[in-house]
Design a protein around this ligand. Structure first.
Ligand code: AMP
Length: 457
């Protein structure tokens, strides 16, 4: 369900008649928060990073300003490129653009992998203004020269988090390489991840950030608490203990930031809750993920361990608890995580486990929500572990180690006589020519006909 707020009207955005007519036909009267916030930034031509989930109206968020400013043109090369991770999204985004372009004379095309490339080459050859594509197919079309990207003025990358999670980073970079340097970059991501952050820093020019930190659920419906826990294994012990209360913790979504952490936690919990446990992250096959979600949704499995990226868009009712096994570094992710509970008017519970290192992230979350999260004491029955996982062990930096050899003490190469066969001197070019003369090697430099003339007949 889209999330609406009735503060502004579309009239405030100064659109044009064709767009107003299209919006009228759709029955849309007020812009959604992301549309409100993104409009001026996209229209200004600046690079933009938008943090928004599907369902917030983000497609119109970038398309309204783009369509408002896209002049009619007879040229055939696309001027707007929208990259999305999956073919389903290509189809969906094309449909949305077409709805909005009902009274505009522009050409929109969607291309994606897994279908005949020749048909798509022919479609491209017809000429187009807006191209929606998956990265792999776009690149193939561009290198085959069926598609010219030199006129692209605006690049939109949607669902960047998913794209990077699916391993499209290299393809994205290859595409950046063949796009004109002078262009506007617009990017949307539902979750903020380290990979997304790196991509922004590497390729965007001081982008403006637009973020709608909606949790999907009114915060009043969620009771939030946190635990301070020293390390991973103690977090595991605490979680194992809490989950013993089956009645209270009857549908538990456990969030972690990385795939590796998801597997690690799964392994630990598996020893206690084997029959009730499932996991989703992007290294699992689509079938595996769908099965896990189904089992959790249907209540066959009580506990689902998930990464942020894979859990976006999860629509599951009656989640009793969202447990933040790690503290999200990006506060928006926390909002998305906890929005999975407390739905349908039912009170949900959210818990955060934080180590010392994660306290700063807590401050950021509290700042974003403008509220404090009460700390609970770790029950005395929970074992405080002193074992550390790899990432928690102190990095040993050597200082002043008297037994360590300094560079100047390092022995040079061992000295001994070279073997006779290695004693030949490098005689450089002249030696080469001497040998060539001796063995009558063909001379090709200078006189190209030397060989032909000197051929013995
Ligand atoms: P999106 O987040 O772009 O996938 O959009 C989610 C859904 O909201 C789509 O079906 C849109 O057609 C619809 N939508 C977009 N903007 C508005 C709006 N201002 N008012 C009502 N519905 C909208």
């Amino acid at each position: 369900m889209p999330i609406f707020k009735d503060a502004m009207s579309f009239q405030d955005l100064n659109l044009n008649t064709p767009l107003y007519n299209a919006l009228d036909d759709l029955g849309f009267t007020t812009p959604t928060p992301i549309q409100e916030q993104a409009f001026n930034v996209v229209a200004s031509g600046k690079d933009m990073v938008g943090i928004a989930q599907t369902g917030t109206g983000k497609t119109f968020g970038y398309m309204l300003p783009i369509l408002k400013n896209l002049k009619f043109s007879k040229q055939d090369n696309p001027r707007v490129l929208v990259l999305v991770p999956t073919r389903e999204l290509v189809v969906q985004v094309v449909e949305e653009i077409e709805k909005l372009s009902k009274y505009i004379n522009n050409r929109v095309l969607g291309v994606y992998g897994g279908t005949n490339i020749n048909t798509q080459k022919q479609a491209v050859a017809q000429g187009l203004d807006i191209l929606v594509a998956t990265p792999g197919r776009l690149y193939d079309l561009a290198v085959s020269r069926a598609l010219q990207l030199k006129s692209i003025q605006k690049l939109v990358i949607d669902e960047v988090d998913v794209m990077l999670d699916l391993g499209f980073r290299h393809q994205l970079i290859n595409i950046f390489d063949i796009l004109p340097e002078r262009r506007q970059n617009i990017m949307f991501s539902a979750t903020m991840t380290k990979d997304v952050d790196t991509l922004i820093n590497d390729f965007f020019k001081s982008p403006e950030r637009v973020s709608i930190a909606v949790s999907g659920t009114p915060l009043d419906n969620i009771s939030q608490h946190r635990y301070n826990v020293p390390n991973f294994y103690t977090k595991v012990n605490l979680l194992v203990q809490l989950l013993k209360d089956e009645e209270r913790y009857n549908k538990v979504l456990v969030f972690v930031a990385f795939k590796r952490m998801a597997d690690r936690l799964f392994e630990q919990l598996d020893q206690y809750y084997k029959e009730e446990l499932c996991v989703i992250h992007s290294n699992k096959t689509q079938n595996y993920r769908l099965r896990s979600i189904e089992q959790f949704r249907e209540g066959h499995n009580r506990i689902l361990v998930a990464t942020d990226v894979m859990a976006r868009g999860l629509d599951i009712d009656n989640v009793s608890h969202v447990i933040n096994f790690d503290t999200p570094e990006y506060p928006e992710n926390y909002m998305h995580r906890i929005g999975r509970t407390g739905r349908a008017e039912r009170q949900g519970e959210a818990l955060i486990f934080s180590t010392e290192k994660e306290q700063e992230a807590i401050t950021n979350i509290e700042r974003l929500m403008k509220m404090k999260i009460a700390v609970l004491d770790v029950p005395e029955t929970v074992d405080i572990s002193t074992d550390l996982i790899e990432e928690e062990r102190p990095q040993i930096k050597e200082r002043n180690n008297p037994t360590k050899r300094k560079d100047e003490d390092a022995p040079g190469p061992a000295f001994h006589e070279k073997k006779a066969k290695n004693q030949k001197e490098n005689l450089g070019g002249s030696y080469k020519y001497k040998m060539a003369a001796k063995y009558k090697k063909p001379k090709t430099r200078g006189d190209k006909n030397y060989n032909r003339r000197n051929k013995k007949t």
